[in-house]
Design a protein around this ligand. Structure first.
Ligand SMILES: [Zn+2]
Length: 414
């Protein structure tokens, strides 16, 4: 769960399991909370307002009379959630997208940071239910959670309570990016990031690679399954739609899990070498037409991968340089000639330069960054490029852990 606030506060939602069942008071609270959210949505639609304060004005008194025991701050937070749903609904209707009246089905409640206490030492949440009634819930704390709980730079944001888990938002001000001592330039492809790493010392330019072949395989597999579902359930549009939707959600989850692993590897490599990361600017990039081509070369996972890398980089203060990728696949980095068309797996130039097509593209991205003065005085000489070594930043076998839901593991699809 990633989000970037406007004032460069970074937020990361960390999921904790509850050590025991949800106390019954807390269960009643989340039921009341959902009721309050749905009431406020209805009131907001009627009065045509979406802001939290307006909702408080029109709906607070009625609801408070019906549920006098609910803690006032939780009620305000319910209006906040309702406001979010209403704004979404308004945006969609304005765009002309048909959508149902929003209704929160899931049992959840959100508490702002003044409305709960978390003992970061013991991992115990203290949640007020009403005057004089608090529940204490013990969270399951692992090594991953300790990293966040013990980091003094992180402050606590909101807390989301679900029937079996708790999501705590940790916040920090974005650190200023460091001055890079090296640079890693990456060309983003369907199955890998391919690039070059340039250190301070001239001649230390080596090709790097992060492989994620499983992402394309998962996309293909889910695409086939969706097609089969549509055919099989052609007589029942509703079932077909629902099945496809859950299929799509599963696909996205599985892919995002892998993209996070790749991004982690890239960012921690860059952080360890004090590198700036050069990526192509994918916004507004057109791609090949044709239904099948569109799907297979879908830009979605690549844009998503960039977003995750950029977010993780911001969190650690790793500088990111985005450059225009035009001609990057057709330019010779040694002599500057632009070839007429893209070639096979190897880029070959009349001047004698030849290199793997993807890595060649990353050299061009790097040179664009350098010539635009974005690389902070770092230089690159194509003559000093070491062709014979390859640094692997990531490959699926490096992910030792299986998928969290346990339905399949990464090794299976390579
Ligand atoms: Zn050339």
């Amino acid at each position: 769960m990633l989000a970037i606030l406007k004032d460069e506060m970074l937020v990361r939602g960390v999921v904790f399991r509850l050590a025991s069942d949800l106390p019954s008071e807390a269960r009643f609270l989340i039921e009341d909370f959902r009721l309050a959210v749905n009431n406020a949505i209805r009131a907001g639609l009627q009065a045509r307002v979406t802001s939290r304060n307006a909702l408080v004005r029109i709906a607070y008194r009625d609801f408070h009379q019906e549920h006098p025991k609910m803690y006032a701050q939780h009620l305000v937070s319910a209006f906040e959630v309702a406001g979010g749903a209403l704004k979404n609904h308004r945006r969609r209707t304005r765009k002309g997208i048909a959508c149902k009246i929003p209704y929160v089905k899931r049992l959840m409640m959100k508490a702002e940071n003044q409305a709960y206490k978390l003992d970061r030492e013991s991992g115990t949440v203290d949640l007020p239910i009403r005057a004089g009634c608090h529940v204490k819930m013990k969270l399951v704390v692992g090594r991953y959670h300790r990293r966040y709980l013990n980091d003094p730079d992180l402050s606590l944001g909101s807390l989301t309570l679900l029937h079996d888990r708790v999501i705590v938002a940790f916040r920090k001000a974005a650190p200023a990016p460091y001055t890079p001592e090296s640079i890693v330039s990456l060309d983003t492809n369907e199955r890998s990031l391919d690039g070059v790493f340039v250190g301070r010392r001239p001649g230390a330019a080596v090709p790097v690679k992060a492989r994620f072949p499983d992402v394309a395989i998962i996309q293909q597999r889910h695409h086939d399954r969706r097609r089969r579902l549509q055919k099989k359930k052609a007589h029942d549009r509703r079932t077909s739609r629902n099945l496809c939707r859950s299929e799509g959600k599963r696909e996205r989850n599985r892919i995002e899990y892998r993209l996070h692993k790749v991004a982690d590897a890239v960012v921690s490599f860059a952080d360890g070498h004090r590198s700036a990361v050069v990526l192509e600017d994918l916004t507004g990039l057109r791609f090949k037409r044709g239904k099948d081509m569109n799907r297979r070369l879908s830009m979605w996972p690549r844009r998503k991968l960039h977003r995750i890398i950029e977010y993780k980089a911001r969190w650690k203060g790793v500088p990111i340089i985005k450059v225009d990728p035009r001609y990057s696949s057709r330019t010779c980095p040694a002599c500057g000639r632009i070839q007429d068309s893209r070639m096979g797996t190897e880029f070959v130039c009349e001047c004698g330069w030849h290199l793997d097509r993807h890595i060649n593209a990353s050299l061009n991205l790097l040179q664009t960054a350098i010539s635009n003065g974005m690389a902070g005085g770092l230089r690159f000489d194509p003559g000093a490029f070491q062709h014979d070594v390859m640094m692997i930043l990531y490959e699926p076998s490096m992910a030792a852990r299986s998928e969290p839901n346990g339905t399949s593991c990464i090794g299976e699809v390579t």
